[in-house]
Write a protein that binds this ligand. Sequence first.
Ligand code: ANZ
Ligand code: ZN
Length: 821
Amino acid sequence: EDTYDFSAIEAKWPAVWDRLQAFAPADDGSRERRYVLDMFPYPSGDLHMGHAEAFAMGDVAARYYRQKGFDVLHPIGWDSFGLPAENAAIKRNAHPAEWTYANIETQAHSFKRYAISADWSRRLHTSDPEYYRWTQWLFVRFFQKGLAYRRNSPVNWCPKDQTVLANEQVINGACDRCGTMVTKKNLNQWYFRITDYADRLLDDMEQLKGHWPERVLAMQRNWIGRSKGAHVRFRIEATDGAPESDVTVFTTRPDTLYGATFFVVAADADLALELVTAEHRDALEAYREQVKGLSEIERQATEREKTGVFTGRYAVNPLTGEKLPVWAADYVLADYGTGAIMAVPAHDQRDLDFARTFDLPVRTVVDTGAEDAAETGIATTGAGTLVNSGELSGLDKATAIARAVELIEEQGTGTHTVNYRLRDWLLSRQRFWGTPIPIIHCPSCGEVPVPDDQLPVTLPEGLRGEALAPKGTSPLAAVEEWVNVPCPSCGGAATRDTDTMDTFVDSSWYYLRFVNPHLDTAPFDPEAVNRWLPVGQYVGGVEHAILHLLYSRFFTKVLFDLGMVGFTEPFSALLNQGQVLNGGKAMSKSLGNGVDLGEQLDRFGVDAVRLTMVFASPPEDDVDWADVSPSGSAKFLARAWRLGNDVTSAVGTDPATGDRALRSVTHRTVSDAAELMEANKFNVVIAKLMELVNATRKAIDSGAGGADPAVREATEAVAVLLSLFAPYTAEDLWNRLGHEATVATAGWPVVDPALLTQESVVAVVQVQGKVRDRLTVSPDIAEDELRELALASDQVQRVLDGRGIRTVIVRAPKLVNIVPA
Ligand code: ANZ
Ligand code: ZN
């Protein structure tokens, strides 16, 4: 009865919370709505320490807003398509669904034990036909709008997983799933035209400033990579039977046109083969073979020795008429800009390295004050004054850029332009466990979308184990009775598209589906979605800083253009929680430093683990499990819970008749806690809560004790504040105070502003270490003022007896020590 037993408490409350449906929003307009969302989990196994941290943070936010009187939507679901399920199925001769749904059940069970305050009635799984039906429906809308298209192109190919990867999934040239070096392969692939939205994806970030971590915004900005510059057309002279042609370059520095001393095309681009003369063809082809094996990162690495071959051709500088040798090299990328550049070695380091390797001229055209690049080997890239540049000479860099663009525009050889690093989103995958692409290929009608009333196109049955092994073509293609269908348009023989979608498509709209997860007439109800969204607080790891967030933002903008949502950004505020480390390092199998969540929960209890996660550091920082003390957390929880043993005043007794000092601590704690919560300083709220528990215990052990209504008031505040972090303990404490469940919706205590200031404290005045006087002062008295008061004291003056003063040590508001001369 009166010893704290976390297992008994954990056993008691879940059924009550279930019965009360305590975490389902009312959605009746009676209260302001707030949508708090955690990035939904992938069902990779049971929950781990990382989940425990991330979901603790989201849950703290959801529980806070609920206490503050908001109608909170806090759903949970699973991102349940994807490769790991398929790999597990191949290994165990099973179906991916078996592994997936078993893991989902395990995780759901653990989430319930972990007391996530989710509305379980909204649970969704992206691999359910009920969900992916609408992923397909949305794909069809994108297709009809010209935003989904197919093209033959070299794609990133993982030779081990035998699948295509998006640029975002290639990390340092390797597959982000298995680490194998990625190669290129030509395939006919589906893309989303995200590049149409590049400007809006950049410009709308204004709305997110101050509400998203600056580093995430910077990563998005960099990924989109907008650069302003110019297209300049160079004439390539006819040589040795190779006919005259034009090649356009992209440059951000048109001011340096007079400094161009050679010209480079991407060696792997078709253009290189078109330009090369017969004499140099063999050398180029050999070089291209060599380039094939390199990743994009290797090619652009600044430390690498520059390589390339001369094509035998010359480009004519449109401003100067000068002839520049045309080279093919790998440091110029085929799919950035136009795949060709004018090289200005004096002012571009990569060009300079190349010029020095192949002994090409270096000509300074911007005087930046620094020593010449030809002397130092360091290109000068800063601002300066143009030199050796005809009519541009004498202009500053910015003016010269503008003037150079004018000149080429007058000539008709170029124009200003904007270039982006962002590429269209390659979304098709040759794998089984994903959303089938709802397109039928008809020899006479072309690409025909599957009519809405025939959705979902479900995955073919009968495939499992080895049949799912990657072969470079989709496993779906092997199921003839699934592939061969009549064309929806002409009725003729046609075939289904056999690719499935990148799982990032599934997760680009799930936050909308949570509003009406079981709606069977549309992906979501626009009116309801506009009531709840944008998401007020989104919580998740920084590993999603680019892909998931960029894609979700893109989807939202397209849906806005389709008139389906009334907002252009899906997530108004973003919190990136830190990682859980052990011994300063990420937990991993190879380091053997993994910590098992279930074992921690068994040992310390759910609440102690949750509290430890949140108390360890600000939510954005990493938590090192080697440095924290879940047993310390458990002791604190027991101490808080035991307050309930000692409160004897009746429910509803007027606290105004109680101990004013304790009341003041209570009200200040509640007031500070709200401010700290809004600033995401969850850990500091816990520190304050610990002080309140201590103050309450002290009050119980002295004076009126548990009969004091101020003690009841303080203990009730403890229960409500504690409910954000330790829901079981808080519920049980609340119950022992004589209240009905649930404390989760008890409401944030009302702060009495009159109690926010402490009236006075006693300052001790010493002379040479001996107490001579006691002064009653304000708790926030300034040091100077306290010193004056102490020196003015009659007793102090008597002891000093006319002696001078050597030093006065002031520790406001409690102590002054005077040392006489
Ligand atoms: C001449 C020049 C002179 C350049 C100079 C720079 C400095 P960002 O800012 O990243 O957009 N470039 C263009 N296309 C390229 C490609 N496919 N592969 C490699 N490099 C390429 O960079 C634009 C600059 O990168 C362009 O401006 C071009 O070099 C180079 F003093 O043109 B510049
Ligand atoms: Zn047809």
